[in-house]
Design a protein around this ligand. Structure first.
Ligand code: CU
Length: 489
C-alpha cells in the first residue's frame, strides 16, 4: 500500500487548475459554483486527520464547529481550563478541496463564559472570518467563503484579548487539498504545538490558572504538542510500521514561540515549509512560525521510538514538547545496528505512567499523603532525573558518580538529601571509603513535592536507613543557602 497511485480524477481537475491558472492570483482556485448536494465535513480530533477527498468537482461543504470551554489535564496531576474548538487542543481538523464553498457554522456552548470567533488563515477576506463569526455563549453564527488557495492553514480565535484566547488552546488546522489530491501515504497525523502559561511552576500539581504576565513576557511554563504533556507518548504514541510512509500536518498555534520541529532519528524526505506548495527535500529540522504550519513526510526504515521535539531543546525536556512515533517491524541492521534510544531521550517520559506522582499530589492536598505514596511517586521521578548519573539501581559509576545505595554519607545525615538535590553538591566528598571530587548540578527544575518524594524514595531504597522528607522541609531548605558552601566558611 505504500506506493503512490494517482487518482482517476487527477487529469480532469489538473485541466481545470491549468485553465484557472491563466486568470492568475488566488482566483485560480475558483472552479465555479458548487455542484451537487451540500456535503457535511468530517471533522476529526487530533492526532487524526479526516480521509482524503475523492472528488473532481467543487462542492458546498458545511462545517459545524462548537467552542467548548473545559477543564482538562495539561500534565499528570495538573489541570487547566482550556478554551477549545470542538473540545480538543488543537481544535478539530477540517479538510476541504480547493474551490469548495465552505458554509461555516460556529457555535459557542451555552455554558461558556466568553464570546469567541474564528479567523481561518485559509479564508480570503478581512479578518479571515473573524468579524462575521463573533459568537456569544449559547449562540451560533454563520458565514461562507470559497477556499481559493490550496495548502495547510491555521485557524484561531481572534476575540480580545486575542493572546489569551490563543494561549488557552483556541487554534487548529484546515487543509485545503489541491484539486488532484495529495499523494497516497500509509498514515496521516495531526500534531500542533502551543505554548502555555500557568501561575504555578512546570508540573506543579493541582488546578493552574492562566498567567497573563508570563504570557506577555513570553516565558511559557509548558510547550506542548496537542495540548497536554504525554498526549502522544506511551499508549497514546503515534504508530507506524517499518517500510511505510507517514505524513504529518504540523501546526504551531503559538501564541508566542516559533517551533524548530524535528523528529529524532528521522529525516523528512519531503517538507512543504510554511504550508506552501513547493516542497523541500531531505530536511532535518523545519521551522514552523506561530500561526503557521508545515506538511512533513518520511518513509520508515528501522523500528523503534522516534521522538518528536521542538529542537529548542529545553522546551522538549523541561517544558513538555515531546511526542513519540512508535515504529514496529523487523530490524534492518544494514541501516541501523539497533539499540533503543528510549532511555537516552525519553527520560521520565519513557516511563509512561506518572500516575503515582499525581496520586501522591492529591493525597498531599487532602492531608493524607503516606510514606508509601511518596516512595511510589519518588520512584517514577528518580527515573530520568537522578538515574542518568546515579544509575537506576542507585549504585552510581565508579570514580564518577557516588552510590546512593547504602551510602554512608547519606546515612550520617539523611535529611541533608533535600539540600543536596535543591542546591547541588560540589567539592571533595567520601562515600563508602571512596573519594569523589565532582559537581552535581542543582535540580532546579523539580518542585518541592517532587524533591520530597524523590528523597523519601532514596532514603527507603537499597538498604538505606529510611525516613521521610516532606514538602514543607524542602521549602525551608530551598530558602536557605547550600549547606555544602556554608560548611566551607
Ligand atoms: Cu476565543
Amino acid at each position: 500500500m505504500a506506493g503512490c497511485t494517482s487518482r482517476g480524477s487527477a487529469i480532469a481537475s489538473a485541466d481545470a487548475a491549468t485553465a484557472a491558472t491563466a486568470s492568475g492570483g488566488s482566483a485560480k482556485g475558483d472552479f465555479g459554483p458548487p455542484q451537487g448536494e451540500p456535503i457535511h465535513a468530517v471533522l476529526t480530533s487530533p492526532p487524526n486527520v479526516p480521509p482524503p477527498i475523492h472528488r473532481d468537482k467543487p462542492a458546498k461543504v458545511i462545517v459545524e464547529l462548537e467552542v467548548v470551554e473545559k477543564e482538562m489535564s495539561i500534565s499528570e496531576g495538573v489541570t487547566y481550563t482550556f478554551w477549545t474548538f470542538g473540545g480538543t487542543v488543537p481544535g478539530s481538523f477540517i479538510r476541504v478541496r480547493q474551490g469548495d464553498t465552505v458554509e461555516f457554522h460556529l457555535k459557542n456552548a451555552p455554558d461558556s463564559k466568553m464570546p469567541h470567533n474564528i479567523d481561518l488563515h485559509g479564508v480570503t477576506g478581512p479578518g479571515g472570518g473573524a468579524a462575521s463569526s463573533f459568537t456569544a455563549p449559547g449562540h451560533q453564527s454563520q458565514f461562507t467563503f470559497k477556499a481559493l488557495n490550496q495548502g495547510i492553514y491555521v485557524y484561531h480565535c481572534a476575540t480580545a484579548p486575542v493572546g489569551m484566547h490563543v494561549a488557552n488552546g483556541m487554534y487548529g488546522l484546515i487543509l485545503v487539498e489541491p484539486p488532484e489530491g495529495l499523494s497516497k501515504v500509509d498514515h496521516e497525523y495531526y500534531v500542533m504545538q502551543g505554548d502555555f502559561y500557568t501561575a504555578g511552576k512546570y508540573r506543579e500539581k493541582g488546578h493552574q490558572p492562566f498567567d497573563m504576565e508570563k504570557a506577555i513576557d513570553e516565558k511559557p511554563t509548558y510547550v506542548l504538542f496537542n495540548g497536554a504533556e504525554g498526549s502522544l507518548t506511551g499508549e497514546k504514541a503515534l504508530m507506524a510500521k517499518t517500510n511505510e510512509t507517514v505524513r504529518m500536518f504540523v501546526g504551531n498555534g503559538g501564541p508566542n514561540l516559533v517551533s524548530s520541529f524535528h523528529v529524532i532519528g528521522e529525516i523528512f524526505d519531503k517538507v512543504q515549509p510554511e504550508g506552501g506548495t513547493h516542497p523541500q527535500e531531505n530536511v532535518q529540522t523545519t521551522l514552523i512560525p506561530a500561526g503557521g504550519a508545515a506538511i512533513v513526510e518520511f518513509h520508515t526504515e528501522v523500528p523503534g521510538s522516534y521522538v518528536l521535539v521542538d529542537h529548542s531543546i529545553f522546551r522538549a525536556f523541561n517544558k513538555g514538547a515531546l511526542a513519540i512515533l512508535k515504529v514496529e517491524g523487523p530490524e534492518d541492521k544494514a541501516i541501523y545496528s539497533g539499540k533503543e534510544v528510549d532511555s537516552v531521550y525519553l527520560s521520565d517520559r519513557s516511563e509512561p505512567n506518572l500516575k503515582a506522582v499525581s496520586t501522591a499530589a492529591q493525597a498531599h492536598a487532602s492531608g493524607k499523603l503516606t510514606k508509601e505514596e511518596q516512595i511510589a511517586a519518588g520512584k517514577q521521578l528518580f527515573t530520568g532525573t537522578c538515574s542518568v548519573c546515579h544509575q537506576p539501581n542507585g549504585e552510581g559509576l565508579p570514580a564518577v558518580f557516588p552510590p546512593l545505595a547504602k551510602s554512608d554519607l547519606l546515612a550520617a545525615t539523611p535529611q541533608r538529601i533535600a539540600d543536596i538535590v535543591t542546591h547541588g553538591l560540589s567539592g571533595k566528598i567520601t562515600v563508602n571509603g571512596k573519594e569523589y571530587n565532582s559537581v552535581m548540578p542543582p535540580m532546579g527544575q523539580l518542585t518541592d513535592d517532587e524533591v520530597a518524594n524523590i528523597s523519601t524514595y532514596v532514603l527507603n531504597s537499597w538498604g538505606n536507613p529510611g525516613g521521610q522528607v516532606n514538602k514543607e522541609d524542602v521549602a525551608k531548605v530551598r530558602a536557605n543557602p547550600p549547606a555544602a558552601k556554608a560548611a566551607e566558611h
